[in-house]
Design a protein around this ligand. Structure first.
Ligand SMILES: Cc1ncc(COP(=O)(O)O)c(C=O)c1O
Length: 357
């Protein structure tokens, strides 16, 4: 059997969740498990996140999967419902909604008695300059105050566009608008921190924090590694060597024959490729880890195979190779690929086997 495997480490998930608790001891934690737990597999992750206060997902289908798996914590739909029918299902399943436009507020009002009766919170989204979703100031003040007057419990919610940037003028603008609305609607529950904001602005933790990437042990910052942030990679993506070749100077490797050896070398062929979600294009030199040691990926990534340089290394058929994990960090693979760890994690295909450890 082909041995390409994604391992999900529950202790690492628990450790990272605990890091969130250390950073935001007073806040409730809404663990973001959208996009199949950032590609980790929601069914494989929820056990490791059982100490969370709530979950955040992008759509009703994702929320229902959590309910079907038997988890009863509150769930927030971060884009709200997409139609009025969904509102009924959400209420029935104790699923909370974001409202970011007037039609969603109208749908919510239609279900007011059930929603308020079940003590569900409504998350009202502020558009403070990201210009994706939400009401602008002063409209949001009106929306929150009228919902409160009708008996709804509101959470003022916002998302930073540049929480990962060292300095960005929009950060201050977004903070100021958030604080202004919070004051104008007081008392109101509040939530604006994703992973990067959690690390940077402890004073903005408020009632609910919404960590995503840090739970999975990848970094929200381009210039800070998970080791510096004291997070543990949850996913180890591994495959094995299925062939060994010696090539001479002048011989090429793989599609396009782009790599030409300048001296004799030992190659190993590993059964992993873009069909598994391993990226194909590497503007920078990419590496894998073998026995805790980094070694080069050689030539083009194919659908099912890559070649690696094992000159001087102890490689044999069946030797395990880490595509990303504790030694070769997903953030470093992403950097070589010109993207971010989030994308590589989410983009895995369903071909690799999945195992919880
Ligand atoms: C509204 C919202 N909150 C929180 C998060 C979590 O962000 P991160 O994974 O950077 O912690 C996201 C992710 O996209 C989001 O859209």
């Amino acid at each position: 059997m082909r041995q390409a495997t994604v391992y999900i480490d529950h202790q690492a998930l628990q450790y990272n969740l605990n890091r969130v608790k250390q950073l935001a001891p007073q806040a409730k934690i809404v663990s973001m498990v959208k996009a199949n737990a950032y590609g980790h597999g929601v069914a494989d992750c929820l056990g490791g996140l059982s100490a969370t206060d709530a979950f955040g997902v992008a759509c009703l289908e994702e929320a229902l999967e959590i309910r079907e798996l038997g988890y009863h914590q509150p769930i927030t739909l971060i884009e709200g419902v997409f139609s009025e029918d969904e509102m009924q299902v959400a209420v029935d399943q104790n699923i909370e909604v974001v409202v970011h436009h007037q039609q969603q507020v109208d749908w919510l009002r239609t279900h007011k008695n059930a929603y308020v009766g079940k003590n569900l919170k409504v998350w009202v989204k502020l558009n403070s300059g990201m210009n994706r979703l939400g009401f602008k100031v002063p409209e949001i003040i009106e929306v929150i105050n009228s919902l409160k007057a009708e008996g709804f419990t509101c959470v003022l919610a916002m998302h930073f566009a540049n929480a990962d940037a060292e300095q960005h003028p929009l950060n201050e603008q977004q903070k100021q608008q958030f604080l202004q609305v919070k004051e104008a609607c007081a008392p109101v529950l509040a939530s604006c921190c994703n992973s990067a904001a959690l690390f940077k602005w402890p004073e903005l933790n408020f009632d609910f924090v919404r960590p995503g990437i840090m739970l999975y042990g990848a970094s929200p910052f381009a210039d800070k590694s998970v080791k510096e942030l004291d997070l543990k990679p949850v996913m180890t993506f591994e495959a094995e060597i299925i062939a060994l070749n010696t090539i001479q100077a002048g011989e090429s490797v793989g599609y396009g024959s782009h790599f030409v050896a300048d001296q004799a070398m030992q190659l190993a062929i590993v059964s992993i490729g873009y069909g598994d979600g391993y990226p194909r294009a590497f503007p920078k030199q990419n590496y894998v880890a073998m026995d805790g040691q980094l070694t080069r990926v050689i030539g083009r990534v194919a659908m099912d195979m890559i070649a690696i340089d094992v000159s001087g290394l102890n490689a044999s058929l069946g030797t395990k190779v880490e595509l990303w994990g504790n030694t070769r960090l997903v953030d470093d693979v992403a950097e070589a690929n010109g993207t971010i760890g989030y994308e590589l994690l989410c983009r895995l295909s369903n071909r690799p086997q999945r195992k919880q450890i």
